[in-house]
Design a protein. Structure first.
Length: 114
């Protein structure tokens, strides 16, 4: 099967549109929140280590995002979730009832959800 010029133009156009859409992801002001039983509190995006529950849970925060570094929960799924750095990212520790989430002022929608 040969690729015609029209096929090549369609593929090139799709690549350009997808690259443009990826650059729009995360525009606007990002806000990092820690959600617990006590409510939702904003965490400033600066280099810091936050200890919760007398040091049983440790969060690492940078200017780009945050992650769970240490946790005493059995499966450690929150640690394997990695960095919370893009709009809509979330890492949650269900046994200890903590979650990190990144929210943005301008939410990047795709064509399906809007």
């Amino acid at each position: 099967m040969k690729i015609s010029k029209a096929d090549f133009l369609v593929i090139a156009a799709l690549l350009i549109v997808s690259i443009f859409a990826m650059t729009l992801n995360g525009r606007g002001e990002k806000r990092l929140y820690l959600i617990s039983e006590d409510g939702k509190s904003e965490i400033s995006l600066k280099d810091d280590r936050i200890e919760l529950d007398d040091g049983d849970i440790i969060l690492e925060v940078t200017s780009n995002g945050a992650r769970f570094v240490k946790n005493d929960c059995p499966n450690k799924i929150c640690i394997s979730a990695g960095w919370v750095k893009d709009c809509g990212d979330t890492a949650a520790c269900v046994p200890n009832k903590y979650a990190l989430t990144m929210e943005c002022s301008e939410v990047p929608y795709d064509a399906v959800s809007q």
